[in-house]
Write a new protein. Structure first.
Length: 550
């Protein structure tokens, strides 16, 4: 009999605007080679092949006469034994011993048993797996079927299976019983864990054998599926647990949360148009975008002109990074802030100078490129539906500082130096509903990143420092990313995000390593963020500007 559990029926109506499909923060560990930073559904869990696993708790909590396990996998290699999910500890087969494994021949195999003499071990012979590719794996078991209880599906296709061995006897009673914890990424044999190397996403556990039609439904899931976060996807109480693996190993329903060890969570639910990467150790900030094109880099902490180094490629729901001391050094931890603009760039003639624009009007974000003349009064179209409040801009052809223009303090557009942390000055810049001034006054290519506030998603604002802990800033939503700058002093720019956790700060104008500061932003709330006493965040009497994103 299945274990009693909370049922999760139905799915919430999709929001008109989904922040997770417009901005994302991801963390990853460099491997010294080439790797794609992505999940399948949205994010995903990355296992390193030597010490990464997720403990899902007691196998008994999933016990039932029928059990199915569904997951998306992206293995680095398919030529070594690697445990995807297991509670098997080796030796004589016993009640509840179970695993799903990638075999050395590239096929999926499984074992399941009820006693030392009644067990089944099979592997798929129809479809060999492919390395570095997302594939859907589903195993379904039903003890009422007698001596052959399992089926294997790869990418929605039922596999023609061969038994490596099948003991006599008949299966009866519950599947998924035993004394060992169920784990993703390894088995419980010290020294012979058969560690998994690769990514896993969207792990579902059911207390029944799934039909071929239900398997097809799961194989068809994408990040855009309305039911992607629904545990009981079939509405019949069979959905026991769903591990979306988006930033943590929790079960969506909260009943069977997993515990990750040395697992990275990465990826996003869109193709990014702007990716900003920073080593969490010392190292420059690297910015690439779809308007300038893959492989072209600029650095927020440097005055360097644009470099064409071909280290980053923007991909569907992620990006690929190649061997580099800056973006993928082996064993180094990185953070990437990723924005969706409008995809393919278009020509914009709203200004006196034609610009090239990729604009996400719903998200209040656009990327604008143009060739500046020597005339400061010329204008370029920004592609947004209203005037920007924050514009971050860089000359691409010369070793010149970055500048940030903002219009959230005194009713006029002011500017600060992004590279040096220099503070506020009045500018001749102006923002309208269609254009910004070219401003630069040099005949060079210019890039600008433009932002305006969007209710419930993005806020460009200002506040006064109090010097006292508990200064509360209201944004109208729970932020996942906040960038702050004191306008009245040379304090550095500061970035905090929820993925790295509050208190972990990086400086856009410095190559410094990540710094832990307990007196900066002390918490993200459902309606904003709370400041501590740190002077760079909350100096009494100073004015600060910020960019907050849900």
């Amino acid at each position: 009999m299945a274990l009693n559990k909370k049922l999760f029926k139905g799915a919430a109506a999709a929001a008109a605007f989904d922040p997770l499909q417009n901005f994302e923060t991801v963390t990853y560990t460099g491997n010294g080679g080439t790797q794609k930073i992505t999940g399948y559904i949205r994010k995903g869990a990355a296992f390193n092949g030597s010490s990464s696993y997720i403990n899902l708790g007691s196998t008994n909590q999933f016990a039932s006469s029928g059990v199915s396990v569904s997951m998306w996998i992206n293995p680095v290699s398919v030529t070594t034994y690697q445990m995807l999910i297991a509670n098997q500890n080796g030796g004589s087969f016993a009640d509840g011993d179970f695993f799903i494994v990638i075999r050395t021949d590239g096929y999926i195999g499984y074992e399941i048993g009820q006693s030392a003499s009644i067990y089944e071990a099979r592997y798929a012979t129809t479809t060999q797996l492919t390395a570095n590719t997302w594939q859907h794996i589903l195993m379904t078991f039903d003890s009422s079927l007698g001596t052959t209880i399992g089926k294997i599906y790869v990418n929605g296709i039922l596999q023609s299976t061969s038994a490596t061995y099948t003991a006599g006897g008949t299966f009866s009673g519950d599947v998924f019983i035993g004394t060992l914890d169920l784990q993703l990424g390894k088995r419980n044999i010290s020294g012979s864990e058969l560690w998994y190397n690769g990514k896993i996403d969207q792990v579902r556990i059911f207390d029944k054998a799934l039909s071929s039609g239900e398997v097809t439904t799961l194989y068809g899931e994408t990040y855009a599926s309305a039911t992607k976060s629904t545990t009981d996807i079939f509405g019949d109480g069979s959905g026991v647990a769903l591990y979306e693996l988006d930033e943590d190993a929790n079960d969506t329903g909260g009943s069977y949360n997993g515990t990750p060890t040395n697992v990275n969570f990465l990826g996003m639910a869109f193709q990014p148009d702007l990716v900003w990467v920073k080593s969490r150790a010392a190292g420059s900030h690297i910015v690439t975008d779809s308007v300038r094109g893959n492989g072209k880099e600029i650095y927020t902490d440097l005055t360097n002109q644009e470099g064409i180094l071909n280290r980053f490629t923007l991909d569907t729901n992620g990006f690929t990074v190649t061997t580099s001391a800056y973006g993928n050094a082996n064993g180094v931890n990185y953070v990437a802030w990723c924005w969706k603009a409008g995809g393919a760039a278009v020509s914009n003639t709203d200004g006196t100078i034609t610009s090239t624009v990729s604009a996400n009007q719903a998200a209040g974000f656009s990327i604008v490129k143009w060739t500046a003349p020597s005339d400061y009064t010329q204008t370029v179209g920004h592609g947004l539906s209203q005037a920007p409040e924050l514009v971050i801009t860089k000359n691409l052809g010369s070793s010149i500082d970055w500048y940030v223009f903002y219009d959230v303090v005194d009713g006029s557009v002011d500017y600060m130096n992004f590279t040096t942390g220099g503070y506020g000055n009045t500018s001749a810049q102006s923002f309208t509903s269609t254009t910004i001034k070219s401003w630069w006054g040099v005949t060079e290519n210019i890039i600008a990143y433009c932002f305006h506030s969007v209710d419930g998603y993005q806020k460009i604002g200002s506040y006064s420092g109090t010097g006292a802990s508990g200064n509360t800033i209201t944004t109208g939503f729970q932020p996942r990313f906040v960038m702050i700058k004191n306008t009245a002093s040379g304090y550095s720019w500061i970035i905090t995000d929820s993925t790295r956790q509050t208190g972990k700060i990086l400086y856009p104008n410095l190559a410094n390593a990540e710094f832990t500061l307990s007196t900066g932003i002390t918490s993200f709330t459902s309606n904003g963020f709370i400041l501590g006493t740190d002077v760079s965040h909350n100096n009494s009497g100073d004015t600060f500007i910020y960019l907050a994103i849900a």
